[in-house]
Design a protein around this ligand. Structure first.
Ligand SMILES: NC(=O)c1ccc[n+]([C@@H]2O[C@H](COP(=O)([O-])OP(=O)(O)OC[C@H]3O[C@@H](n4cnc5c(N)ncnc54)[C@H](O)[C@@H]3O)[C@@H](O)[C@H]2O)c1
Length: 384
């Protein structure tokens, strides 16, 4: 493909945007592109999905496949919200076509592929933003400033706590759902690396861990209640280069959805970041009530548009996800998740549909963070 004239910067023309994968999470990208279109910043030129659109796509041309859209729609910016194992080849194709990319998380199935994709983006002179939207929140800087200001004293450790519900049909909605690999290609679709990946990535960001070298070691205890390949009831302890640890309890087998959070455990108290809400609470020892603040968040598509057109700093470049991808490497290369014995699992039918619940999950998850040890090491009966 020949050299393309840049748009949107000096020319002032709205950027030509295409979104691939418009059902599932991709619907939020279509809505955001249409919002930016109304603001005159982009035009939603095309969408692509194997399924015909079931949502409003404005005037966009409809393609049945992402690769065809990238090849034919003459786009400045491609949003990829397709399955994990399609990310790298489609992102490469978009970059080769001269487009910038908003790439859903996890960006790549290995650190090597992440590095290679980063190199391809640099060679093409194009930006890749990774869809960890919690990293677009100013709450992360707010937490880091509180820590630097000594509000909770010396930091002992970090936590990532997420106990959610996923109906059994979540795991059958797509061929790739709950797979560690599909047709020999790594997918790595488990609690740690997909649905609750934001908890891991946000905890690493709060801890200042960005590069792969910031992660020294990952101890995993991956379990599953559902009949899937990947993990749905997971704990891990990440050892960082500065000697601190990040303990995560991440599960899709809770009795109800709790708000997930990232914690900073200090010698004088703790900071809790409710990362989907951008709310920060400082709980200082001896003080009866937490100090609570809420922080603005920037849309990652809007930030990418501003980066392309006005040189704004990119909030989540590929390189910023290298520490997370190092954790993903450990999950991908680690042993298969162990099945949880049926005596610890309850099959529940309620407003969330039919779903599996691991008994006492929340109690043991809290202990994982408090003791910085895995489910097995804190003695959770379902992890024996
Ligand atoms: N940032 C977030 O909060 C968040 C939340 C959920 C999912 N995600 C990510 O979004 C991506 C998609 O996840 P999902 O849960 O929406 O998946 P999904 O399987 O529910 O939906 C994916 C969509 O992509 C379409 N698709 C698949 N291959 C395609 C191709 N080659 N060309 C065009 N369309 C194609 C499918 O038809 C489907 O509509 C994953 O990377 C996931 O990790 C991010």
């Amino acid at each position: 493909m020949g050299e393309r004239m840049p748009r949107g910067g000096a020319s002032g023309d709205p950027l030509r945007v295409g979104v691939a994968g418009i059902h599932g999470h991709g619907a939020t990208h279509v809505a955001e592109a249409l919002r930016l279109e109304r603001a005159g910043r982009v035009r939603l030129i095309a969408v692509a999905d194997h399924r015909a659109p079931e949502i409003a796509v404005g005037e966009a041309a409809v393609f049945a496949d992402a690769a065809a859209m990238i090849a034919d729609a003459d786009l400045d910016l491609v949003v990829l919200s397709t399955p994990i194992h399609t990310h790298v080849p489609l992102a490469r194709a978009a970059l080769e076509g001269g487009a910038h990319v908003l790439l859903e998380k996890p960006p790549a199935p290995s650190s090597l592929e992440l590095e290679e994709l980063d190199a391809a983006a640099r060679a093409a002179g194009r930006a890749v933003q990774v869809g960890f939207q919690s990293l677009g929140s100013t709450a992360i800087d707010a937490v880091r400033e509180l820590v630097a200001g000594g509000v909770v004293g010396e930091v002992r450790a970090y936590g990532a706590l997420g106990t959610w519900v996923r109906a059994v049909d979540y795991w059958t909605r797509s061929a790739w759902a709950g797979r560690r690999e599909l047709d020999g290609v790594p997918v790595v679709d488990g609690a740690v690396t997909n649905p609750l990946a934001h908890a891991v990535a946000t905890a690493l960001a709060v801890a200042g861990a960005r590069s792969a070298h910031d992660v020294v070691d990952v101890e995993l205890d991956l379990l599953r209640a559902n009949a899937i390949q990947a993990d749905d009831t997971s704990s891990l302890v990440i050892r960082l280069r500065d000697g601190r640890t990040v303990a995560g309890a991440l599960a899709l087998t809770a009795s109800r959805r709790s708000e997930p959070c990232v914690t900073v455990e200090g010698e004088l108290g703790r900071i809790v970041l409710w990362y989907t809400l951008d709310i920060v609470q400082v709980v200082r020892d001896g003080e009866p009530f937490p100090a609570t603040t809420r922080h603005p968040r920037v849309s990652l598509l809007e930030n990418l548009v501003s980066h392309i057109t006005a040189g704004d700093e990119l909030l989540v470049p590929l390189g910023a996800t290298a520490a997370f991808t190092r954790v993903l490497d450990a999950v991908r290369a680690g042993p298969d998740p162990r099945p949880i014995a049926t005596e610890h699992i309850e099959r529940v039918h309620d407003g969330a549909g039919e779903h599996l619940v691991v008994r006492d999950l929340e109690r043991w998850a809290a202990r994982v963070v408090a003791e910085q040890a895995t489910f097995a090491d804190v003695g959770a009966p379902f992890a024996r």
